[in-house]
Design a protein around this ligand. Sequence first.
Ligand SMILES: Nc1ncnc2c1ncn2[C@@H]1O[C@H](COP(=O)(O)OP(=O)(O)O)[C@@H](O)[C@H]1O
Ligand SMILES: [Mg+2]
Length: 363
Amino acid sequence: MIHNIYIDNYRSVRNISLNLARLNIIFGPNGCGKSNIYKAIHLLSGAASGQLSEMLGDEGGIQNTMWSGSNGSNQKARRICLSCETDDFEYELQVGFPDADPFNPTLFKLDPVVKEENIWTAGFKRRPSSQVLKRKNQVAFLSNIHGEKITHTDAIYENESVFGQLGEPHLYPEISHVRETIKNWRFYHEFDVSKKSAIRQPQIGFRSPILASDGSNLASAFQTIVEIGDIELLTEILLTAFPECSFFCKNDNARFMLFMNRKGLSRPLETSEMSDGTIRFLCLAVALLCPRPPNFIVLNEPENSLHPQMLPALAKLISEASRYSQIWLTSHSHELATLISKHVDFQLYELSISNGQTCINRM
Ligand SMILES: Nc1ncnc2c1ncn2[C@@H]1O[C@H](COP(=O)(O)OP(=O)(O)O)[C@@H](O)[C@H]1O
Ligand SMILES: [Mg+2]
């Protein structure tokens, strides 16, 4: 379980420390930084997958992502710092701008650079003896499988995390464990349900115990729950959300597609004919009831474009999923939180923005 997430200088998040419970719900008005926190946690997980530069590029580059407030004018000292503390470890990543080098002119002046990266064994308050990774720029000191502290001799690519750059990961079990734990986190933001989106087209199917973050494998992930997951719970929740409807998957020459039977209609409707809200709810249901639950699920405003009638089913879904996964849920809907509270306890955070900085009030 994650006990704490710390974010420094990421967009509107100047500096916050979040103590996490099993289920965490985050509220706040538009523009207060809810999605920024979502993206910061996503970036931390992207680093573990070797996608730090790519993800920052998608976000508009480090110059847009770094907090643009006034008391951070010294560009050299400015860093995005992300860290998390779990039952087993503390991981910290510091990303900043490259140092100017007059002898080495380059157009890549705004590439993100990993300035520091650290891992400690949890519970020792970051004591030096508990440190298993200490990286500064392109030099890393790490503990190997024999408990020896060694210097990583191969140059480390400065724009990415050390994860994925260690030639023999089995020699560094603690570091591999951190990487695998963080890579296992799942993120669901918006599902593209536009007319030509992958979700609406038949897809080559294979057993899928996890829904892709864009929902593109919806049909095969649905069928995987039917065959090896909790189909009773999925059916119950879908019936609550869509009374008079039932759903099934068809395989046409290895292409999988989801269909909906509706009382009063003489033929099943294809995914391409379903409403946006129906497909979004199906994605959430399949994501949250997947047979291989991740250790952490991050959901950004899942109630968007859902009819309020679906909220009781969504609340049940989230509370059921929280039995198997820790959950971070950003939401606009107080009604959803009230409905969830009928099933499980959670930690509530209310966000606001003041002086260009996201502020957090634990309720
Ligand atoms: N680099 C940045 N520095 C400071 N504030 C930023 C930066 N990038 C975006 N913001 C601010 O973040 C806010 C948007 O936050 P967001 O998380 O999308 O809000 P919401 O709570 O609606 O999800 C806006 O107020 C925007 O001005
Ligand atoms: Mg948002």
